[in-house]
Design a protein. Structure first.
Length: 753
């Protein structure tokens, strides 16, 4: 290849053969390109084509020779920034080639090469670039923390100050009794600081600030998660069930004592046989009009209340969900306050309590089972905001529909599905802080003759952690949106908000599960040591995917809500309606699927926020439309609707997942648009780009099947994900420092080496 014109093809040939993912179609693209170069003689074309024959790959010596040639060009001239720049240099600026810049640039695009990434491979050596990269904060950390904390900054800082005190030093004993009592003591301290009653009305000693209560829950999650759950059971589930389902008489009698922790209690909904199916609960509350009382009964052992926090040791009362029976008629599930112990700890007559025992995590919470053998409670112990028994002994409700009344009752408790994902988010932030700080300091391997380098400089390690960091930031803004929607809710919006809460609970807790597993592995053997806390975070959050609703079941609820919205728009869902729905809600779908856009790989396009959101929207609408089409066809073919939904359950999960990914990205982008500090904004934009492209890469099979993208584009996205990880790496430590987690809460020695 002494001919200068032929020499110019070395960059393309080297990249083609060194990229083991180049497809047969892309080799054909190269063939076509060479054949279309009229300035080449037939002999020259034949020679070049022989160099890209799949049946005749170059030797190792040829590849090494080509690489050395390219390294010389790049290292000699710092102005070389693209593959075409190398082509020009190798051809000695041949006039024919200079005219062909647009053709060569198109070839780069068609083959999915990113110039910046390619050139970086030839600057000095890859290992020296790797060794020179280091932490270098590009923005004001305090300003980013202020953005994350928002209006809740004062209460967040107050909680951080309290949990940093010596009394909150971690309990390391393996004695469950000691641990449970320590967690109870912590709850008492928090109650004295008026944190437990934060959401209750001021007339009962509360702060009347639900937004602050959610912030308290999330901030406490930087500390011990058993404390968070114990706190949530007492002040959230027990207290808020009395507040939300009860009326003034219940508020006056109980709320002050609940908020001060003078009256510890439980939330007794789940039964052994009916975990997620609240409508199917078997515990009964039979009304006796002669004595103006209810008799609470557990029919069989399979109907006992199970996994009830606060039940095994500390609880004195419980909100018990049971079927209301009046004169033999079942009026559905209602809520009742039932004493289970006196203040001295003596178990109430007719109540049987057992300890659930050692668990995978959260062993500072005293979970227990509750059974009731004809326990009699007064009529006023029925929480009667939505249903009651009148003076004649008759059932009454301001909501005539049994179904609507049931879901209205449960809807008042949706706050738990906001607190749990925010707690999970804090656990993910803790795990990432430990893993990223460790990776920035842990040194291993290095260039020949040089020193060892931080493992965070390795691209694979960046890929393990930094997309998770980007997703965590995205979920943070997604949960802020959910919280704000809940606080400003109207009755008309509640069904949608409940579905969003169910979905974000699932999305956040599944994300935390995956993040903590990756953090554990990324820290190697050190991550396995209990002193470094990832084991506690991992084990304690494992159940987050299950309680407050099993995630898979909740995702079905989300999907059904999306289908309900679909039906509102398109009634009978005929084929034309479905097609219109997709294309009206993803207006760029037609243009995006044209041959140029599906293959477009230039950097400006790949990093464009509008492209990201459109891709997410297109996937969301298409998956939803496909699910609706499948269900309609199954029903039209004679299948029962219940069976039809069962057939497409896996598809329903995709519907919910696509919806939640779109919400998360959309809210991430909206939040960024409000940021005034330019340096912070630039950093957050990179994170949003990484989140978007990493999710697209994860779903690339779907996009390829749909024809929304071609392989050349998904390959370019893969490379851009790598590049974004590399670009974000210097700020990685600053980005976890912006969470402002107290050092006493991080506690892991590997984070402070």
């Amino acid at each position: 290849m002494n001919n200068a014109k032929l020499h110019a093809f070395i960059p393309v040939f080297y990249l083609a053969w060194s990229d083991d993912l180049l497809t047969q179609k892309e080799f054909q693209t190269l063939n076509d390109f060479i054949k279309n170069q009229s300035w080449l003689s037939e002999e020259e074309q034949s020679f070049l084509l022989s160099k890209i024959a799949i049946s005749n790959p170059p030797s190792r010596e040829d590849l090494n020779h080509w690489k050395l040639e390219l390294e010389k060009i790049v290292q000699k001239d710092s102005s070389v920034t693209s593959i075409f720049d190398m082509v020009k240099a190798l051809s000695n600026n041949d006039v024919n080639l200079l005219k062909l810049q647009p053709d060569f640039m198109k070839l780069e695009n068609d083959l999915g090469f990113l110039g910046e990434e390619v050139i970086s491979n030839f600057k000095k050596t890859a290992s020296s670039i790797t060794s020179e990269t280091q932490t270098n904060t590009s923005f004001d950390i305090a300003k980013l923390t202020a953005i994350l904390d928002g209006a809740q900054a004062p209460i967040i800082n107050k909680v951080k100050s309290i949990i940093s005190q010596p009394e909150f030093a971690y309990e390391t004993t393996t004695d469950v009794t000691v641990y449970r009592n320590k967690v109870y003591e912590w709850c008492q301290i928090l109650a004295k600081h008026n944190l437990g009653n934060m959401a209750y009305p001021k007339q009962y000693g509360g702060g009347e600030n639900i937004a602050d209560y959610f912030a308290v829950m999330e901030t406490l999650s930087y500390h011990d998660l058993s404390l968070v759950i114990k706190f949530g059971v007492q002040f959230g589930l027990w207290g808020m069930s009395v507040f939300s389902l009860g009326t003034a008489k219940h508020h006056e009698k109980y709320l002050s004592a609940i908020g001060s922790l003078e009256l510890p209690g439980c939330f007794a909904m789940t039964e052994t046989r009916h975990g997620s199916n609240v409508k199917g609960l078997e515990t009964t509350a039979t009304y006796n009009h002669d004595t103006k009382s209810f008799t609470i009964k557990t029919p069989t052992k399979d109907d006992q209340k199970e996994y009830i926090g606060n039940a095994a040791i500390h609880g004195q009362m419980a909100t018990v969900f049971a079927k209301l029976i009046i004169n033999g008629q079942d009026y559905g599930v209602n809520a009742f306050i039932v004493p289970i112990r006196d203040a001295k700890g003596n178990v109430a007559k007719g109540v049987a309590i057992a300890d659930c025992g050692l668990k995978m995590g959260l062993n500072g919470v005293d979970n227990g089972t509750l059974s009731f053998d004809a326990v009699v409670i007064p009529k006023e112990n029925m929480l009667d905001r939505f249903a009651s028994v009148n003076e004649k002994g008759e059932f009454e409700s301001p909501i005539p529909s049994d179904n609507r009344r049931f879901f209205t009752m449960l809807g008042t408790l949706v706050g738990g599905r906001i607190g749990i994902p925010r707690s999970a988010l804090a656990a993910a932030k803790s795990g990432l802080t430990i893993a990223i700080k460790y990776a920035d300091q842990r040194r291993q391997f290095g260039p020949q003759g040089g020193s060892e380098i931080p493992i965070l400089n390795y691209r694979m390690h960046q890929r393990r952690l930094l997309p998770h960091l980007a997703k965590t930031y995205g979920i943070h803004f997604g949960l802020q949106y959910l919280t704000n929607r809940f606080l400003a809710r109207t009755e008309e919006e509640m069904q949608e908000i409940e579905a969003l809460a169910a979905g974000m609970k699932s999305y956040s807790t599944w994300s935390t599960r995956d993040i903590l597993q990756e953090c554990r592995e990324a820290c190697g053997g050190k991550g396995y040591l209990s002193e470094n806390r990832i084991d506690a975070l991992k084990n304690d959050t494992e159940v987050y995917t299950t309680f407050e609703g099993d995630n898979t079941v909740l995702m079905q609820l989300v999907a059904k809500n999306r289908l309900s919205e679909f039906r509102k728009s398109f009634g009978e869902m005929n084929s034309l309606g479905i097609i219109n729905y997709v294309f009206e809600n993803a207006k760029t779908a037609v243009s995006e699927k044209n041959p140029i856009a599906t293959r477009k790989t230039d950097e400006a396009h790949l990093l464009d926020s509008e492209f990201h959101l459109q891709a997410f929207q297109y996937r969301e609408k298409s998956v939803l439309a496909a699910a609706a089409r499948r269900i309609k066809k199954l029903i039209d073919d004679g299948l029962d609707p219940y069976d039809a939904f069962n057939v497409v359950q896996h598809h329903m999960i995709d519907v919910a997942q696509a919806y939640l990914e779109r919400i998360t990205l959309e809210q991430f982008q909206i939040a960024i648009a409000t940021v005034e500090d330019e340096a912070v904004k630039v950093t957050l934009i990179k994170l949003a780009q990484l989140y978007a492209l990493f999710q697209i890469e994860k779903n690339k099979g779907w996009y390829l099947e749909e024809g929304y993208m071609e392989a050349v584009k998904t390959k370019a996205i893969r490379k851009m994900v790598n590049q974004l990880c590399w670009d974000i790496r210097p700020d990685a430590v600053a980005l976890v420092d912006a969470f402002a987690i107290p050092e006493s809460c991080i506690a892991a020695p590997i984070a402070f080496q």
